[in-house]
Write a protein that binds this ligand. Structure first.
Ligand SMILES: Cc1cc2nc3c(=O)[nH]c(=O)nc-3n(C[C@H](O)[C@H](O)[C@H](O)COP(=O)(O)OP(=O)(O)OC[C@H]3O[C@@H](n4cnc5c(N)ncnc54)[C@H](O)[C@@H]3O)c2cc1C
Length: 328
């Protein structure tokens, strides 16, 4: 159940409160890396400088293909004096998204925002949190000194009050925080014989809703009986991450047929996301499975990544095949 620091650095991991504290790449000061040819190198001791490109960013997210991270110096954040939450119900995804975007555009610095689509609200939010509503459930929170948090909260509440259909209060938000891990454990997570895929995608506010709908259309085209649900986590001042899922209640009995269907859905959904401005992905990484998409995602710029791989790992000994680096 525990990710390592090396694993987090290697795939650009993130946590629940990323909207305030950033992803792992925002928390790193410097790192030591052993390159595939055996050299021990260090990135510069500070993460902001004007001494050329930031070498640390080359190794962040490289998924063990460019070297082994053997040391890292990290920033740590003080414990906040208070941590507060609030939740609202919106009539639909779009109005919830507009409110979330406003929270970010106003630079209110929430610690977290999560917006659940209608399909998630009527299923997982009801089952895990016991909040039985139709629409789009939105929760947000703030961390810090109490007087500042109260002011941020007041401004955020005012934004949501403009368009929300129901104020679920601090209780409706706190319960999400208290039960946030439950979503990933039985009996709330998936059970055999269900099949599911997590389509982690990130896009600007201008594109993110189109990405959501395009992926839904792709999933339903390839598997009309699949359910498609999504929530929006990890918000930035330019956009947010879409954690979409397709769920097949009764996949084909024949394993080969089931895997082929699974891969077909995944492929179509990811390509639909990219076509609409989405990027795979925000924090789960590329690995072996999504490597085939990398060239399409990057276009000619992928040659630059391959060039870095060839230079650092001329014998292709580090995680060959990962991230789409084939036969380098
Ligand atoms: C249900 C579920 C929820 C998840 N939620 C999140 C989430 O909220 N946030 C998130 O970020 N991820 C999430 N993930 C993804 C997963 O947790 C992480 O990818 C994983 O934990 C990474 O850490 P690890 O130590 O397990 O890495 P591993 O799986 O062991 O390795 C990941 C990659 O990094 C490479 N690597 C590992 N250590 C090093 C090193 N020292 N130097 C160089 N390369 C290295 C490995 O070779 C491999 O390619 C989730 C996964 C699941 C199944």
């Amino acid at each position: 159940n525990c990710a390592t620091l090396g694993g987090f650095i290697a795939h650009r991991g993130t946590g629940v409160l990323s909207t305030r504290y950033g992803k792992i790449e925002d928390m790193i000061m410097s790192m030591e890396v052993v390159t595939p040819t055996g050299e021990i190198i260090n990135t510069l001791p500070v993460p902001r400088h004007a001494s050329g490109p930031d070498l640390a960013q080359v190794f962040l997210g490289s998924e063990g293909t460019l070297g082994v991270v053997t040391k890292a110096t990290m920033k740590i954040h003080p414990q906040p004096a208070v941590r507060k939450f609030h939740a609202y119900l919106f009539s639909d995804l779009h109005s919830g998204m507009v409110a979330g975007e406003k929270l970010m555009a106003k630079r209110l610095q929430p610690s977290v925002i999560r917006l659940y689509d209608h399909a998630s609200t009527i299923s997982i939010i009801k089952r895990v949190l016991g909040i039985e509503r139709k629409g789009a459930y939105l929760v947000f929170g703030f961390d810090g000194e109490e007087d500042i948090v109260d002011l941020q909260m007041k401004k955020a509440v005012a934004i949501c009050e403009e368009t929300a259909v129901e104020d679920l209060g601090t209780e409706g938000g706190q319960t999400w925080w208290d039960q946030r891990y439950k979503f990933y454990y039985p009996p709330y997570t998936f059970q055999m014989p269900q099949a599911f895929g997590t389509l982690d995608t990130v896009a600007t506010f201008a594109n993110i809703e189109n990405v959501y709908w395009a992926m839904k259309e792709a999933v339903n085209k390839h598997c009309p009986e699949a359910n498609y649900i999504g929530h929006f986590s990890h918000w930035y001042d330019w956009g947010c991450m879409l954690y979409a899922r397709f769920i097949i209640e009764k996949p084909p009995q024949d394993a080969a047929v089931a895997v082929a269907l699974y891969n077909r859905i995944w492929d179509a959904a990811i390509r639909a996301a990219i076509k609409n401005g989405g990027v795979i992905n925000e924090h789960h990484g590329v690995g072996l499975k999504l490597g085939r998409i990398m060239r399409d995602l990057y276009g000619p710029a992928f040659n630059v990544l391959e060039g870095i791989k060839k230079t650092l790992d001329p014998n292709n000994i580090m995680n060959p095949g990962k991230m789409g680096f084939q036969g380098v």
